[in-house]
Design a protein around this ligand. Structure first.
Ligand SMILES: Cc1cc2nc3c(=O)[nH]c(=O)nc-3n(C[C@H](O)[C@H](O)[C@H](O)COP(=O)(O)O)c2cc1C
Ligand SMILES: O=C(O)C(=O)c1ccccc1
Length: 383
């Protein structure tokens, strides 16, 4: 039996040495075994009763693929165009903060792995390693910067300017987390890695942040962490504030965390360059709509004017096919690559990405599709 293309061949070759389970369920179980309780739950758990996390998965099951036959799928092209760049696959690494809690190399290893696969890496404001160090690790890779907009707006401006200077090619403003939601496991575990200086690397190396401190962080980490906890979130933001970030950068700006079609309309009206339909992997509003459910209406409103990306609950190739068929330009993946990181550092991240992409490639081929632009609603049936 032939597996068609190169991606597939490499998967089966490297699998001989793989330490990373292929199935998502086993991947999560292996990470559970390897990690201490608190960091494992920080990654795995969602908000409240985890209804939205469940809905994210249930949402995919409600759409079924109806494969087409006899369509010569010998050659496939998974590439997509985004902001003038060609991505080899419609897959990006979602911004995930504090990656050092699962592996000491954290974001540096993930960014390196993503770059080696041609997968764009979205670096979080809450990274343990600074955005400049992450950029250096993924020198040849496409990188975007995710902004948590500090309540001290000069800090936000400084981070955006640093990101542009370091070679990041887009700014992703995350709107759904001006504060952490009710996360029961983290509360029970009283788990706050930030208090130990993890996840605040971008602040400790920020000239504006440091200028606000009585003593430099090297001399008084507690003082720095205390100030960080005061300025991290910004629940006061409104649509009008977006103009301020626009003035700091010439890069495209995407809004992450859009779930309501009216907010998609507002994003367009405020001149945004892209939208990421996301409920933060179910980690923020428990009871919020699943993203695959929110996606079609948002795509309808946006009407192709700007790219719509999506995340939350993508686990396999078929999930990606469904999201793209419903109008997403590309998807982001979060927890799966973090489990890969936990198990095997950069090699683990690479293997997880490779598996997901190979699964996507096969699912497309077996559905009778040879390119991403052929994926549309006619491939799906809602049950
Ligand atoms: C441990 C963890 C940390 C996260 N940190 C951030 C972050 O710093 N910034 C952000 O925009 N989203 C963050 N997210 C959300 C992801 O970007 C993404 O929306 C989510 O993980 C997608 O869902 P999935 O994990 O089901 O793939 C985080 C998610 C996890 C699991
Ligand atoms: O945990 C998260 O979901 C998240 O977005 C975050 C926020 C602040 C610091 C680290 C991660």
């Amino acid at each position: 039996m032939s597996y068609g293309n190169q991606v597939q061949f490499k998967v089966y070759k490297e699998q001989e040495h793989a330490v990373v389970p292929v199935s998502y369920e086993e991947l999560e179980a292996a990470a559970r075994k390897k990690l201490e309780n608190a960091p494992y739950h920080y990654v795995a758990a969602s908000a409240g009763g985890e209804e939205t996390a469940k809905a994210n998965r249930d949402g995919f099951y409600q759409w079924k693929i109806i494969p087409r036959m006899l369509r010569d799928t010998t050659k496939r092209d998974l590439s997509v165009e985004l902001f003038g760049q060609t991505l080899p696959y419609p897959v990006l690494c979602a911004p995930v903060g504090v990656q050092s809690i699962v592996h000491p190399e954290g974001e540096i290893a993930s960014a390196r792995a993503a770059a080696s696969m041609g997968v764009p890496f979205i670096s979080s404001t809450a990274s343990t390693h600074s955005l400049e160090k992450v950029a250096a690790a993924a020198e040849d890779g496409l990188k975007w910067y995710q902004l948590y907009w500090s309540s001290d707006r000069e800090i936000a401006a400084s981070m955006v300017q640093r990101a542009e200077k370091a070679g990041y090619k887009a700014i992703v403003i995350t709107l759904d987390t001006p504060m952490m939601a009710w996360r029961e496991k983290d509360i029970e575990n009283a788990y706050l890695p930030f208090l130990m200086g993890q996840g605040i690397g971008n602040y400790l190396e920020d000239p504006v942040f440091c200028s606000r401190l009585a003593k430099p962080p090297q001399e008084d980490l507690v003082g720095a962490v205390t100030y960080w906890s005061r300025v991290f979130g910004n629940p006061g933001l409104t649509w009008e504030d977006l103009q301020f970030i626009r003035m700091q950068t010439s890069l495209p700006i995407l809004l992450k965390g859009i779930l309501h079609p009216d907010d998609a309309k507002l994003a367009l009206e405020h001149g945004m360059d892209g939208i990421i339909v996301s409920n933060h992997g179910g980690r923020q509003v428990d009871g919020a709509i699943s993203t695959i459910e929110a996606l079609p209406e948002i795509c309808e409103v946006v009407n192709g004017e700007i790219p719509v990306l999506m995340d939350s609950g993508i686990r396999r190739g078929a999930d990606i096919v469904k999201a793209l068929a419903l109008g997403a330009k590309a998807i982001l993946v979060g927890r799966p690559y973090i489990y890969g990181l936990a198990l095997a550092g950069d090699a683990g991240v690479k293997q997880v990405l490779r598996n997901l992409i190979a699964d996507l490639d096969l699912t497309m081929a077996l559905s009778g599709k040879t390119s991403i632009k052929e994926l549309d609603r006619s491939l799906l049936k809602r049950m």
